[in-house]
Design a protein around this ligand. Structure first.
Ligand SMILES: *Cc1c(COP(=O)(O)O)cnc(C)c1O
Length: 383
């Protein structure tokens, strides 16, 4: 199969998660599926079509190159929205392909207007306003000029959205800051209304905000991590489960990551295993090698820490994770042999390795771990 591991993406899990999200948001909120970061490691080209088959008709990406990848595989009906980087040179392409984009600084606004005039097509723009994240967003002092340009050019600039992003809605520690951002957003909304400017969509919520603070949902939510079957944080999960009075996790993970045992070897008590001296065999051991290492996204910080599943049992990663392989302790599994399936993420038998437990060990968030899975690992859709 010309790869040392493979990733499976479950379509029924996605359908389950989308139903959960739609039920929670209600019928009047547009759902935008956030697929930046290679669809959080799930692979844009694979994910976007199955999402469309499950009823998704709006995608958010970070940059023009990601928008191009979606455009190539999309059914042609879905809206594509760029939330971050688009070069002035790429704006013409975006307008011609009906791709919507955030504008958060004067230069991009002026360039968009120029190009829209030249091409004779309306640019669909989302004004991102500064509310307290202090990353991107128009400053209050820039607003009069923005308002003037929108008022004077309705034939060239379609006011598709007014938006902002919260600075950490997944943690209660940021509650006060998020609340202040919401108040600032409301004020800007009102000010624009008084100027006769009404966006098609007001949108501010990511997964955490949409789950925790219903008033942030407005006309549209931009949901990433939830649709892949993960809560943005443990706090958000506990908050949901408590409020919904349920013990059952409503989300299902889409992703499984599997490899095979490459070799098996017996090691005597007192021998070190792998590079250096980080693991000493304190008994006679059986050790297996797996052809997945840090170059494949299996973090080096899982050395002597990680767990994988073999023959339905949870076994430990021992020694340092190498560039292309790792060693695991299979002493308890006497019948273990070359070719046996190794589950790095996902289920085998009754057990599951979740990315988050993997994430806790490796000190990475689900977000980072998922997006680090290289595009070169083959992905396959399963039920
Ligand atoms: C990534 C991102 C989202 C989605 O965040 P999740 O926590 O994955 O739901 C929403 N809005 C913006 C601007 C983003 O960059």
């Amino acid at each position: 199969m010309f790869s040392t591991s493979k990733i499976e993406i479950s379509k029924s899990a996605l359908a389950n998660n989308l139903n959960f999200i739609r039920d929670l948001m209600g019928p009047n909120v547009q759902f935008s599926s956030v697929i930046k970061g290679n669809a959080y490691g799930h692979h844009i080209e694979l994910f976007a079509p199955i999402a469309e088959q499950c009823g998704v008709d709006h995608f958010s990406v970070f940059s023009a190159d990601e928008a191009l990848r979606v455009l190539k595989v999309s059914n042609g009906v879905s809206t594509i929205m760029i939330m971050g980087q688009i070069d002035n040179q790429e704006i013409k392409w975006a307008i011609e392909n009906d791709i919507e984009f955030f504008i958060f600084e004067p230069d991009r606004l002026e360039a968009t207007l120029e190009i829209a005039k030249k091409t004779g097509r309306k640019a669909k723009v989302h004004l991102e306003v500064e509310t307290g994240m202090n990353r991107t967003g128009f400053e209050p002092t820039e607003m009069p000029r923005v308002i003037e340009l929108l008022q004077n050019n309705p034939d060239h600039l379609a006011f598709q959205g007014l938006c902002t992003h919260y600075a950490g809605a997944e943690s209660i520690a940021n509650y006060y800051r998020v609340k202040k951002q919401k108040i600032t957003f409301s004020k800007l909304q009102k000010a624009l209304k008084l100027e006769g400017l009404h966006p098609v969509y007001n949108h501010t919520a990511c997964s955490a905000a949409a789950m925790r603070f219903p008033t942030t949902r407005m006309d549209m939510v931009r949901i990433g991590i939830l649709q892949y079957g993960f809560f943005p944080s443990r706090e958000v999960m506990v908050d949901y489960m408590t409020r919904a009075e349920t013990k059952e996790i409503p989300l299902k993970r889409l992703i499984s990551w599997k490899s095979k045992i490459m070799d098996v070897k017996h090691v005597k008590t007192g021998e070190f295993i792998g590079y250096g001296t980080s693991f000493l065999a304190n008994r006679d051991m059986i050790v297996a090698t797996v052809p997945v290492g840090y170059s494949h996204g299996f973090s080096r910080s899982l050395s002597n820490q990680g767990r994988v599943l073999v023959q339905g049992a949870r076994v430990s990663v021992i020694g340092t994770v190498n560039m292309n392989m790792m060693t695991i302790d299979v002493t308890e599994l006497e019948s273990v042999k070359k070719g046996d399936e190794v589950v790095l993420i996902g289920k085998q038998g009754d057990l599951e390795i979740s990315v988050s437990s993997f994430g806790e060990f490796s000190d990475q968030l689900n977000y980072e771990l998922l997006t680090r899975l290289p595009n070169s690992i083959p992905r396959e859709v399963v039920d």
